[in-house]
Design a protein around this ligand. Structure first.
Ligand code: COA
Length: 653
């Protein structure tokens, strides 16, 4: 039974039991309707407690049903039936009360929750808006501005915030059922609270802040439909009576559900969860991970160390000398302190995490560590030397991971004593924030070592995508290919800002040239110079970036790059334009204008061709993995699904 009803003294307890996340599937909806009928008819029960089995209360609609014909009973009707009961319904909440789960809780008369519970309306992340009264009931319960933020951002809030906002009635520190029962005893017999559907919306306290928030949401959407529709729905919920607003909400939900953007977002949701599931690792027990070593306390190493600490893993940071050790330690504690300032951890937790960090200048301190990640300078010899040195000190069963973005980990592993214990973990910067990790699987790696790489990623709350060894793995290799294509376009007729504008209009947060200016042009220049001797002379080569570097235009940090940054403003550079025109002329290229649509098409085709090559070579396992990498690591607009999704669904673009 996915929904069961039990009578406990003078209370009825309705339990949803639909693992893994108690999604509000058709069976759950039907079960709830039956439970309503049963509890209304039950003359002993004076109040009803609604709860769920397992790790969470209902985490939303069953997303897999969205591709099928909708099946009654529909969630809005079920929630309305809960709201219309004669008895109080107390939602006893835990886990992730999301989407339809929160909408069900809003239909109840009271809500109590475990302190660890999170509440959210994440529908926008799936290209949708709440479709069962969420946009209508929420601003009738909490400040409309807070409701607007929740509905349009999709971001969850904590139980403490929910209590502050008036979203829940109480927090339980130990037993949520005991808390719900106590409340039920107080409220038993009659439903005295007015159902949210029959209340007026709360007033907007600050109309200017309200309008500003809506404007910000629309401008941040960059082409995504759902956040804009979500803002509109909350406005409608304030302007119209609840029943009418809910009809409009449902219509908007159904329209969005059949839009290609939502199909793309649903695809990427499941792709993120399936990307790390490798058939060959089924049943493989990963190495135990109870402590982590990080070599190098620069930006990357500090971010990785902080991510591990925040996930509850003690970290030993090793640096080459005292000054670097102390700087690395400072970087890590600054990240942790920032997490405290942002309310992600409290002072007690900060103290505990700081105590879980030890720092050293010798590798002897790593003899008992389970997995050591080197995050030193991106140079084959430097990294290999570090791994070889670690070989002398660490346990035989410890794992060595290299955080490299391009290098040949097969060659690196071959120069260590035990290649089978070497893997690559390509983190993205800042590593404590970016969700993506490419798990690079060298040819000799033992399955339990690879499984440990994925287990670590999961523990860190990251999305892990497997890749085999090649220059740049999945993401950087595709990125190199399309950056090259963008440079060809600049020689052929576009200007850098034309390319950037087309990319931004397509949905990237920034264009490829702006991004280079932000990252600094000098590192790639050094790499190009080191590869100059081995470069295929027959391959087309664009010299413009080299000439920028020769003129010391390294990007934002030098005030000039592809753009000028004088006075804190970003402006297209006449100097760069002259250089571009001169280079085209020098190569006798007849420049012809390239439209924004053609720019985007050339970028997409290049990405897709490189992605296909990665699949053919076996570097990437599945197209889904490639899309997950491009969406989570390279700013590819999520609502377009990724380059491979677009190849099969061109209507999204
Ligand atoms: N519908 C259908 N399946 C769902 C689901 C949903 N709403 N939410 C999660 N699942 C599935 C996942 O695909 C995964 O399946 P798998 O084991 O076959 O890969 C499984 O449930 C566990 O989910 P996962 O995300 O791996 O677990 P978690 O503990 O890390 O996170 C949640 C749990 C609930 C926080 C997370 O799954 C989530 O955010 N779900 C989506 C919630 C949502 O968007 N609801 C609104 C829908 S309109």
């Amino acid at each position: 039974m996915v929904v069961r009803v039990e009578t406990k003294d003078d209370l009825a307890v309705v339990t949803i039991d639909n693992p893994p996340v108690n999604a509000a599937s058709q069976a759950v909806r039907a079960g709830l309707l039956a439970a309503i009928a049963e509890t209304e008819a039950n003359t002993t029960a004076k109040a009803v407690i609604l709860c769920a089995e397992g790790r969470t209360f209902t985490a939303g609609a069953d997303v897999r049903e969205f591709d099928k014909q909708p099946m009654p009973p529909h969630l809005p009707d079920v929630i309305q039936a809960i709201e219309d009961t004669t008895k109080p319904w107390i939602a006893a909440l835990h886990g992730s009360v999301l989407g339809g789960g929160l909408e069900i809780a809003l239909g109840c008369s009271h809500r109590v929750a475990l302190r660890s519970t999170r509440f959210g309306l994440p529908e926008v992340t799936l290209g949708l808006i709440p479709g069962a009264g969420g946009t209508v009931r929420l601003p009738r319960l909490i400040d409309p501005l807070e409701a607007l933020n929740m509905v349009t951002s999709g971001k969850p809030i904590s139980a403490a915030t929910a209590l502050n906002l008036g979203l829940i009635d109480d927090i339980a520190d130990g037993d949520v059922m005991a808390c719900a029962i106590a409340l039920a005893r107080k409220t038993a017999n009659a439903r005295t609270r007015t159902a949210l559907r029959h209340r007026d919306a709360k007033p907007v306290e600050d109309p200017a802040a309200w309008e500003a928030a809506k404007t910000r949401i629309i401008s941040k959407a960059r082409g995504a439909l759902a956040p804009v529709a979500a803002a509109r729905a909350v406005q409608t919920a304030l302007d119209l009576p609840a029943d009418q607003a809910q009809i409009q909400e449902r219509e908007a939900f159904l329209t969005l559900k059949s839009d290609p953007q939502s199909a793309a977002l649903r695809y990427i949701f499941f792709a993120e969860r399936s990307a790390s599931k490798l058939p060959e690792l089924k049943g493989v027990e990963p190495h135990q991970l109870t402590s982590i070593g990080v070599i190098g306390g620069g930006t990357m190493g500090a971010g990785i160390a902080a991510a591990c600490l925040l996930a509850g893993l003690p970290v030993t940071l090793a640096e080459r000398d005292e000054a670097a050790r102390s700087a690395g330690q400072l970087r890590i504690t600054a990240i942790l302190e920032n997490s405290r300032k942002r309310g992600l951890i409290d002072q007690g937790k900060l103290d505990a995490l700081t105590a879980a960090l030890s720092t050293t200048t010798t590798f002897e301190a790593l003899t008992e560590t389970d997995l050591i990640i080197e995050a030193v300078f991106e140079d084959m010899d430097v990294k290999t030397q570090v791994l070889q040195e670690l070989d002398k000190h660490i346990r035989r069963d410890a794992i060595l991971a290299s955080n490299t973005s391009y290098l040949d980990i097969n060659a690196m592993a071959a120069r260590t004593k035990h290649p089978e214990r070497v893997i690559g973990l390509h983190f993205f910067s800042p590593a404590h924030i970016m969700k993506l990790v490419e798990v690079i699987i060298p040819d000799e790696a033992a399955p339990s070592v690879v499984a440990a790489g994925f287990a670590l990623a999961r523990k860190l709350g990251k999305i892990a995508v497997p890749a085999s060894v090649c220059d740049g793995f999945i993401g950087n290799r595709i990125m190199s290919a399309y950056r090259r294509e963008c440079e060809y376009m600049v020689e052929d007729g576009a200007l850098p800002w034309d390319v950037d504008r087309a990319m931004r209009d397509f949905g990237f947060p920034m264009g490829v040239f702006e991004m280079q200016d932000l990252a600094g042009l000098d590192i790639r220049w050094a790499k190009r110079k080191s590869q100059a001797a081995t470069r295929d002379p027959a391959q087309r080569y664009v010299h413009i970036a080299d000439k920028l570097c020769e003129a010391r235009r390294f990007g934002r940090k030098t005030g000039q790059g592809w753009y000028d940054y004088a006075g804190g403003k970003t402006t297209p550079s006449q100097w760069v334009e002259n250089l571009v025109l001169a280079e085209s002329a020098r190569k006798k290229i007849a420049r012809t204008p390239i439209s924004d649509a053609e720019i985007v098409q050339r970028i997409l085709s290049t990405m897709q061709a490189e992605a296909q090559a990665l699949l053919t070579e076996g570097i990437a396992r599945r197209p889904e993995g490639i899309d997950v990498v491009m969406v989570n690591g390279y700013g590819f607009p999520r609502w377009c699904g990724g380059p491979m999704f677009l190849k099969n669904h061109p209507s999204v673009d």
